[in-house]
Ligand binder design. Structure first.
Ligand code: GAP
Length: 454
């Protein structure tokens, strides 16, 4: 397995993101606000492409999944039912022996289940985990006046918005398990130890899908989604040997989960979670049924069968995935004696697909380049660029990962052809202007394999 010394440093990624306008520290003119970031132009385009690929995989490539966009603010009871209010409130430790959970800061006042009764951790049999799950809920107030009963929470995961809409979606979509509900949106956690750039922040975007299945099929679908989600990253160019699927040990499992696997990626900080796939059983629908009084179940009118579906949940982070794609794409190499930094991103993820560069700013080249840009931009994110030497412009587009640079030269004015330069192979091909849109479309649709794989 590769080690972190084979991986670009986080400092280089942060510097490139700042230099090229992908991601900036937030509130910078006020000295910054710890672990919050603002996305600039190329960062927005890149993260949008990551989310678009996720939606494509969920909605276009699966006809048994529907979309949802639920509110960030939800009824406070949602978070009682989900267990977040109790479980996310304090530093907690679990005892692997007696399976009890304790507040880490109250161990000296609590009694553990062992006889004779002692404080947790005191008896020989006690086997406490590290403290975890701090106060992750962001509390706010609904209405302008802070008064009792006005507390609400910014959602710490998008998943609960899906569970509380289970009945709505079932009615409108007429779906029958197995089927899924997918959602992308912001989540908020008052992380005690945020850090490592956009790896762990207090405000972040999730891409989550809850897949509702007949209970007897849960194991099969759990395996299916583990493979499917791992392969999604590979299809989008992540090197397979920098990705792994890791099954959680029983003592690592969340309170709702009977099985969880993480897709881990070799980040500059080491192997870390990129996405989690959990078998949540019927925990959530059962909890919301109990707390809301609404029956959340599936009733098959044909067979008369009635059951609470089990849930398989692939839960990814859009920011964390963006970071993984940046890290995996980053490269430095020697070209004709000078060093270039290049993002070898999958063309579908690249913020800009094609740059149009007139060789000189005269002789009708800028006008022709504008005409070519206008034709291309109807189909692709295109950038017209005439500033600096052509070499500098190539370097700039290498650094933001633009897969193709179209150069307009004197020959273009004579025979209406242009050169298309490939970011990865550096090969240049002469293409008639009239065929350029089709040429780029075909290259964008073609299978792609990371040139880092050799
Ligand atoms: N609904 C299940 C759930 O939320 P999670 O493992 O806590 O599971 C899922 O979160 C994914 O969301 C993680 O794998 C990660 O990619 C992303 N994520 C979670 N907390 C994050 C944070 N503080 N900053 C950035 N991304 C985060």
């Amino acid at each position: 397995m590769p080690e972190t010394q084979d991986v670009v440093t986080m400092e280089k990624i942060v510097a490139l993101c700042k230099r090229r306008g992908f991601i900036f520290p937030s509130s910078e003119i006020y000295g910054g606000l710890g672990s919050t970031y603002d996305y600039g132009h190329y960062g927005v385009l890149l993260k949008n492409n990551v989310k678009a690929e996720w939606w494509r995989a969920m909605l276009q490539e699966h006809d048994d999944i529907v979309a949802l966009d639920s509110a960030i603010l939800q009824h406070p009871r949602v978070w009682e039912a989900s267990g977040h209010l109790a479980g996310f409130t304090d530093p907690m430790v679990d005892c692997r022996t007696c399976k009890q959970r304790f507040r880490a800061d109250h161990l000296g006042e609590l009694q553990c289940g062992q006889k004779p009764s002692k404080h947790p951790g005191e008896a020989e049999q006690c086997d406490l985990t590290e403290a975890r799950d701090f106060n992750l809920m962001f509390e706010t107030t609904v209405g302008p006046v802070k008064e009792s009963g006005s507390a609400a929470y910014l959602r710490p995961e998008t998943a609960q918005g899906i569970f509380i809409n289970f009945k709505n979606v079932l009615q409108f979509s007429r779906k029958k398990p197995p089927f899924g509900i997918a959602q992308v949106g912001k989540s908020f956690r008052n992380e005690i130890t945020p850090g490592n750039f956009i790896f762990r922040t207090r405000e972040f975007e999730q891409m989550e899908m809850e897949f509702f299945v007949p209970p007897a099929e849960a194991g099969r679908w759990y395996d299916y989604w583990k493979t499917e989600r791992h392969d999604w990253y590979v299809r989008l160019g992540i090197r397979p040997d920098h990705l792994t699927l890791r099954e959680h040990d029983p003592d690592e499992l969340s309170h709702y989960s009977s099985g969880t696997s993480d897709v881990e990626y070799l980040f500059p900080i080491g192997w870390s979670e990129l996405e989690g796939i959990a078998n949540r059983g019927d925990f959530d629908l059962t909890q919301h049924t109990e707390y809301s009084g609404e029956k959340l179940e599936y009733f098959d009118q044909g067979s008369g069968e009635r059951y609470v579906p089990h849930v398989i949940e692939p839960a990814a982070g859009a920011d964390r995935a963006t970071l993984a794609f940046l890290v995996d794409a980053y490269d430095e190499e020697d070209v004709d004696g000078s060093q270039r930094t290049v993002l070898k991103l999958h063309p579908r993820l690249a913020p800009v697909k094609v740059a149009v560069l007139p060789l000189v700013r005269k002789d009708g080249q800028p006008e022709l380049a504008r005409e070519v840009t206008d034709a291309l931009k109807r189909r692709f994110q295109t950038e017209y660029d005439e500033s600096g030497t052509v070499g500098k412009r190539y370097r700039r587009h290498d650094e933001i990962g633009t897969p193709w640079c179209v150069t307009i030269d004197h020959e273009s004015l004579e025979n209406r052809t242009v050169t298309v330069r490939d970011r990865d192979s550096l090969a240049q091909e002469r293409v008639p202007i009239d065929e350029l849109v089709g040429h780029i479309a075909a290259r964008l649709a073609a299978d792609w394999r990371s040139p880092k794989l050799g």
